[in-house]
Design a protein around this ligand. Structure first.
Ligand SMILES: C[S@@+](CC[C@H](N)C(=O)[O-])C[C@H]1O[C@@H](n2cnc3c(N)ncnc32)[C@H](O)[C@@H]1O
Length: 374
């Protein structure tokens, strides 16, 4: 049975493990950046289509130790890369190198590329070109302390690119991070969600897709494995058909998004439409200071600005003060989850958290905190 590796953001490995198990996949191991599972190709297609948390589904093909360029070159030749694509298709190498004798990752990528194109040329007399934007076969090479892992990328483009988001506001959350955080809250998928600063709407769109059981990859145009010679279109069609049959048309509750910026709200509406969830999300222009509960009961989830990328400190202090006031005075009895990368601003809320989760939003270490408004 082939083994696959689902990669994700730091802090989301446990939720990803649970998600893959819930999809019926056999998880064999986990690692800092992801989860290993064993499955046939149909299971790999399923993970690509259904995983809300994975960044990519990789298929590891080689593990070895190499100190010198020739060793690297010869080790790469041990795997037959010509079985995946035709020589007229394209490749791209993504290399990262840590604490190794060969220190330049561009050089490592070049050596790997040389070995692979030589393999094609020897066999066919023709070599694949490199296309870093849209390759038919993307190959990932990781070296840590001279220990190399090589994997082929079954996803192609990152899975957080669902295809529904064309326009974004400032500092949007990655879709898989938003989905992972929703899973951390243990939201029941049956009660209203409210985001006071929804920006391009990522939390609400991801949550609405979960509630309507819409597979996150259903509107993506293409996955890496679809370019390959071993692609099994019948298995893929079956996985897609099953996903579409399981979608839920109507929900008995809604999602509510507020933001101060009309332009980002328009983007959010367009995104929700493309994701097939515009019928269940209501967006409204409203500053956080004056937001009122749109329904009697539900859960709040917010990613306020935190200064690292947008907004200045003084202005942000006011925003957090308004947020705190609205929560305390108008949302009694609600649970609120707040994601912030700024400890000082979080302290300004003057609220006591009842749960705390650490996660990386890009390079920023963030806290995801739960507050119960008594
Ligand atoms: C970090 S972004 C949210 C990003 C969002 N989670 C997404 O994925 O697109 C913060 C949002 O807070 C909004 N905002 C800033 N000050 C606000 C205020 N006083 N009231 C309401 N929204 C505000 C901004 O317009 C911005 O869209």
């Amino acid at each position: 049975m082939p083994e696959f590796f689902a990669s994700t953001a730091r802090g989301l490995v446990e939720p990803l493990e649970k998600e893959l198990k819930d999809l019926g996949l056999k998880v064999t191991d986990k690692y800092i950046g992801g989860v290993f599972f064993e499955s046939n190709w149909e299971g790999c297609y399923k993970a690509n289509l259904h995983s809300r948390l994975a960044s990519r589904i990789l298929k590891p093909v080689l593990d070895f130790t190499a100190y010198q360029p020739e060793e690297l070159y010869n080790q790469i030749l041990r795997h037959d890369f010509t079985k995946y694509i035709k020589p007229t298709q394209t490749i791209s190498i993504d290399a990262s190198v840590t604490e190794s004798m060969m220190r330049d990752q561009r050089y490592v990528a070049m050596k790997v590329k040389d070995a692979i194109v030589d393999q094609f040329r020897d066999k066919f007399g023709v070599r694949p070109d490199v296309d870093n934007e849209n390759p038919s076969l993307r190959i990932h090479v990781r070296a840590i302390k001279n220990q190399f892992n090589v994997a082929i990328d079954t996803s192609g483009d990152s899975l957080f690119k669902r295809g529904y988001r064309k326009e974004v506001g400032e500092a949007p959350l990655k879709e898989n991070l938003a989905a992972g955080l929703i899973m951390v809250t243990e939201w029941d998928k049956q009660s209203p969600l409210v985001d006071f600063m929804c920006g391009s709407g990522t939390f609400l769109i991801e949550a609405a897709m979960m509630a309507k059981n819409i597979a996150p990859g259903i509107s993506r145009k293409r996955f890496g494995f679809q370019n390959w010679l071993n692609y099994e279109p019948e298995a893929w069609d079956k996985v897609v058909q099953e996903a579409m049959d399981a979608e839920i048309e109507e929900l008995p509750f809604k999602f509510y998004g507020f933001d101060i910026d009309r332009k980002v709200l328009n983007n959010a509406k367009d995104n929700a439409k493309r994701a097939g969830v515009d019928d269940v999300i209501e967006f409204k222009k409203e500053p956080v200071a004056t937001v009122e509960p749109p329904v009697e009961k539900g859960m709040i989830i917010i990613n306020p600005p935190y200064g690292a990328r947008i907004g200045d400190e003084d202005n942000l202090r006011d925003v957090y003060r308004d947020l705190s006031f609205t929560l305390k005075h108008r949302f009694k009895g609600w649970d609120a989850w707040i994601l912030s990368g700024n400890k000082e601003l979080i302290a300004d809320l003057k609220l006591k958290s009842t749960r705390k989760h650490f996660v990386f939003n890009g390079n920023i270490e963030c806290r995801f905190l739960k507050y119960s408004m008594f």
